[in-house]
Write a protein that binds this ligand. Structure first.
Ligand code: FMN
Length: 683
């Protein structure tokens, strides 16, 4: 039986310009455009035993969109995603639960949370009870082939009676359609369990060809309800966020496991099923994932943590269940957390509290809609740029909210950004309505810095429309409109992140201006302590880093040797510094140690104002480091090539500890340039 999948996300269906009810906005994917699925089975050899693995190459592809192809003057569709190398592991977790993991070493730089460049993993959990099987989680289309090839080694596909979908997106349709098709061969449809916001999109997107006159069996889970899986009951806790409005967690008391889907995840490709690598090793991966995906929804994340607290502390109060104790957290991405549940939950609480506290000082609203995730990826990078400057972020997905919520957000925020894809030469209706709501709030427009951004295919009208409407409304822009053709590259994400930081700094400046007006000028006299700290001196250096097509640099004097074995050094990097996002653990950078009397040129080049994403080295001749190929400042006395080992949270800076992997003296007769200063309050 041929399977077809519908393919136009709801934001496009809603782009008619007609007023809609809120309920409609929650509606789903248009049945208008359907196209053949191109899932091709690939041979997977699996070893037998408790934990088995196999290699497979998955053909990744986007769901093609007939509507786009039919659009007037439509150019060729977006290029297909490259093939991904995947590895499958199957692990018996006991008590009738098996984990199927797809590991992938590819960088997947397209989503900002992948920028650690450690690949990723997707975990699925299979519950077996007699001949009845339940699958929890559905793979991204990029991993559908590998998943479907491996699953029959655990259970016959036709035995899958229940499919639990803790988060649905059109990017996860392919495997779902195949699983339904396999079950149909036994004459039955499987029962699908999803969050309420996914109900309509899911029903509309699924292939009609399988139904043969029947209705899909789809049920929306409720908070505190239980999904019957044979004799066991999986308790549901709804944990929605703007990015994942349908997200929910499930608790299995038989294995004392909380299946957390997107929460408590991290993007790493690892053979470890559990968190055996240790907290030191994993902490940064979890923190990075949180910062990229949840920091902008800290309020919702906190709400989710409160709901889950009943499981965590074991009193069951908030979780609507009898005493239940979480022994392990089983996420969609990364390892199962069993040795560090306390640390991870404590950190999640601290990270959310910190974001909420920052938001009390000043908040920027990130308002967007996205049909295929490209504008979402840009919104995420902008959010990260705002958060790293210490300003709170509140994101609002216009598809899931009404204009009143937009108005309310803009009213209480100190600045905002608005992002939209261009579809059919326009902004989709939720963005048109959001823009209308923002313009009604234009009375204190000049004090609210803003920015617009969006992904487009060939014309990009939506970005210009938003820009000119806000300009006419008197709003001041903190950065130029960001236009991205289809998927953002690393360099585009860098532009987005730096624009977010610029906006946050504009908000802070505006705030300082107003508070100075109220309290009078503050003293700039240094205290004795500050002068004493100022006597600490450092060598003047330039730190350079690169990731794919993105490069960055900073002048640095807080650089110090830190160990002999391995040869190591520390660099303190301000959290809002542009280069910071390229200095993740595992990444490489170069420290060019400047020579006395030869600092003028490099200092001038590094200290000028840069536009977001602007090439720091344009018109500046650089050298190439011998081992890593990194960027070297030619006037330097020497350079050292380094690899980041760890990152310590030090107030408004990160202290990087890095191993020196190579180095070279460029000018033997040069003394190192020292940076002297009067006070410890500046560099
Ligand atoms: C049905 C359809 C219509 C589109 N119309 C336009 C258009 O008029 N102009 C344009 O520049 N891009 C157009 N595009 C391309 C999208 O803007 C592009 O795919 C963009 O990356 C989508 O961003 P998103 O992932 O945030 O939804 C269209 C795409 C589709 C699927």
């Amino acid at each position: 039986m041929a399977t077809t999948v519908a393919s136009v996300p709801s934001v496009f269906r809603l782009s008619t310009g007609k007023p809609r009810q809120r309920q409609q906005r929650r509606g789903g994917i248009s049945p208008a455009a359907r196209c053949p699925s191109s899932a091709k089975p690939s041979a997977v050899s699996v070893r037998t035993g408790k934990c088995i693995s196999a290699r497979a190459t998955t053909t990744a592809h986007r769901i093609s969109v007939r509507a786009a192809a039919e659009a007037p003057n439509a150019p060729p569709p977006e290029p297909e995603a490259p093939k991904l190398e995947t590895e499958i592991t199957v692990t018996d977790l006991g008590n009738g639960v098996t984990q199927l993991r797809v590991n992938c070493t590819d960088k997947m730089a397209y989503e900002v949370e992948y920028s650690l460049n450690k690949g990723t993993s997707e975990n699925f959990y299979i519950f077996q009870s007699g001949s009845e099987v339940t699958v929890l989680g559905i793979p991204d289309n990029q991993f559908a082939e590998a998943f479907l090839d491996a699953l029959p080694s655990i259970c016959p596909l036709s035995s899958i009676a229940n499919i639990i979908i803790p988060h649905f997106s059109p990017k996860r349709l392919e495997a779902l359609a195949k699983l339904i098709e396999a079950r149909c061969s036994s004459g039955e449809l499987p029962m699908l369990h999803c969050g309420n916001p996914a109900l309509t999109p899911l029903k509309t997107a699924l292939p009609e060809s399988l139904l043969e006159g029947r209705d899909y069996r789809v049920t929306a889970v409720r908070n505190g309800s239980a999904i019957a899986v044979g004799p066991r009951r999986l308790r549901v806790t709804l944990t929605p966020t703007p990015r994942w409005p349908d997200l929910f967690c499930t608790f299995d008391s038989a294995t004392e496991t909380l299946f957390t889907s997107k929460l408590f995840s991290c993007h790493i490709c690892t053979p470890d099923v559990f968190d055996d690598a240790g907290w030191e090793e994993l902490n940064e991966d979890f923190r990075h994932y949180f910062e990229c995906t949840l920091a902008a929804s800290a309020k919702q994340a906190k709400k989710a943590l409160k709901k889950l607290a009943g499981y965590v502390i074991g009193d069951g109060a908030s979780a609507n269940t009898k005493a239940s104790y979480v022994r392990q957290l089983a996420p969609l991405h990364g390892t199962i957390v069993r040795d560090h549940t306390t640390e991870l939950i404590r950190e999640y609480n601290e990270w959310t509290d910190k974001q909420i506290a920052a938001a009390e000082e000043a908040t920027v609203g990130v308002i967007y809609a996205s049909a295929y995730g490209n504008t979402t990826a840009m919104a995420q990078a902008i959010s990260r740029g705002i958060a790293k400057a210490g300003v709170g972020v509140e994101s609002l997905n216009c598809e899931m909210s009404d204009p009143e919520e937009v108005k309310e957000l803009v009213r209480r925020c100190s600045g905002f950004v608005l992002g939209s894809p261009t579809l059919g030469g326009h902004m989709p209706t939720p963005i048109q309505e959001a823009l209308g709501a923002i313009l009604q709030e234009a009375r204190d427009a000049r004090t609210k810095p803003c920015g617009v951004f969006g992904s487009f295919g060939w014309s990009g009208e939506a970005i210009d429309m938003m820009h000119s409407a806000l300009k006419d409304g008197g709003f001041a822009f903190a950065f130029d409109p960001i236009r991205c053709k289809f998927k953002p590259t690393m360099q585009m994400l860098q532009i987005c992140e730096e624009s977010g930081t610029d906006l946050a700094q504009a908000v802070q400046k505006e705030k300082r201006k107003r508070s100075r007006g109220a309290a009078g000028p503050t003293s700039i006299m240094s205290s004795g302590t500050e002068q004493a700290v100022g006597r600490i001196v450092g060598s003047l250096c330039v730190v350079t880093a690169r990731s794919e097509d993105a490069t960055s640099a900073m002048l640095a004097s807080w650089v110090s040797q830190a160990s002999f074995s391995p040869p190591g050094l520390t660099v303190a990097v301000a959290k809002e510094r542009a280069v910071e996002s390229l200095l993740t653990p595992g990444s490489e950078f170069v420290v060019s140690v400047l020579g006395d009397g030869a600092t003028k040129g490099p200092m001038k080049a590094m200290l000028k104002a840069f536009k977001p994403g602007e090439d720091r080295f344009q018109g500046y001749e650089t050298l190439t480091a011998e081992k890593s190929g990194g960027i070297v400042i030619p006037e330097a006395a020497s350079y050292v090539e380094c690899s980041v080992l760890s990152k310590l949270d030090a107030g408004d800076h990160w202290v990087l500890y890095a191993e020196v992997t190579a180095g070279k003296v460029l000018n033997d007769s040069m003394q190192t340039a020292m940076h002297h200063r009067k006070t410890g309050t500046t560099y």
